[in-house]
Design a protein around this ligand. Structure first.
Ligand SMILES: [Zn+2]
Length: 299
């Protein structure tokens, strides 16, 4: 299985910033250390082309990003200090998701050690999201004719508002979002299917809903490709998420998504998504489980 990664994924933040940026280097180190993967699994994506950016994002938004001229308010909504490296990083990550989709056509699965930036809209970003990597990849593959239908399986605890808006009038992309009903974003533009869970939802209720929804949905929609957004902010230890899943439950979620797609011959491109547990080790363990399950189902 191929894994998209570049050292630029780790963006230098001020010391007290609440985003756990170190996960982007610690996760690959952990996976190498434990032997789940080797260096040969990695590829380093090129920056995404402007043409591909503009198939999803507005010319005005792209111009402001390129020239670092977002207003203070627009930058604050994103939540990272705006420097040219952040834009360069976003282009590489988005290309990583696109490349993962193409690798998945051949290998069944491919994973990006970043991405899942589902709070990015066509014309603006918010919630640590600049470009919408999955939307960009889906639009590009539809444009080239490599796919005719995709399903986005967004299991990050936050609702995929940007993705939902971007594909609101696009029947070729089905958007599914499982999320905490009371989690950010407050306003949730409708996905094709939204499943909002009450505070404190644990493994059993969460997983039984996944078992009930996902296989039937894939059988009905018959996509050529699945984008899986595997955020680990569903954990009870998460500082932002309001659900109460365990690491074991989160791992079972990942296993089930992979097995369900594999059983149907559906390629899966994985974008990492969020994770804000108190201990960085818990975040790494949660994300590492996604790779362990991919390896165990496809290996
Ligand atoms: Zn999230």
């Amino acid at each position: 299985m191929r894994i998209a990664f570049s050292p630029t994924y780790r963006y230098q933040l001020p010391a007290k910033h609440r985003f756990p940026m170190d996960k982007y280097t610690l996760l690959p180190e952990q996976l190498l250390y434990e032997g789940t993967i080797t260096e040969a699994n990695f590829f380093s994506p090129e920056p995404l082309s402007e043409a591909a950016i503009l198939r999803t994002h507005t010319a005005d938004y792209w111009h402001k990003l390129k020239t670092n001229t977002l207003s203070r308010k627009e930058a604050r909504a994103i939540g990272f200090p705006m420097r040219p490296e952040l834009i360069a990083r976003g282009r590489v990550i988005a290309r990583g998701t696109l490349d993962c989709a193409r690798h998945a056509f051949r290998d069944g699965v491919a994973l990006n050690v970043a991405g899942g930036t589902h709070h990015s809209f066509a014309d603006r970003g918010e919630g640590f999201c600049v470009f919408n990597d999955i939307a960009i990849a889906a639009n590009e593959l539809l444009h080239t004719g490599e796919i005719t239908k995709a399903v986005v399986v967004d299991l990050d605890v936050h609702q995929g508002n940007g993705t939902a808006m971007i594909f609101a009038d696009e029947p070729r992309v089905f958007t599914l979002s499982f999320h905490g009903a009371k989690n950010y974003p407050n306003r949730k533009p409708p996905s094709d299917l939204d499943v909002g869970f009450p505070d404190g939802t644990g493994d059993e209720a969460y997983l039984s809903r996944l078992y009930a929804v996902l296989p039937a949905l894939l059988d009905r929609e018959q996509p050529d490709l699945v984008f899986y957004l595997s955020g680990v902010d569903i954990l009870a230890t998460d500082k932002l998420g309001r659900l109460a899943c365990t690491l074991q439950g989160c791992r079972e979620r990942d296993r089930f998504v992979f097995q369900t797609c594999k059983d149907r011959g559906l390629p899966v491109a994985v974008s990492m998504g969020g994770g804000y547990s108190e201990r960085l080790a818990t975040i790494i363990e949660g994300h590492a489980n996604t790779y362990r399950m991919a390896d165990s189902v496809y290996g």
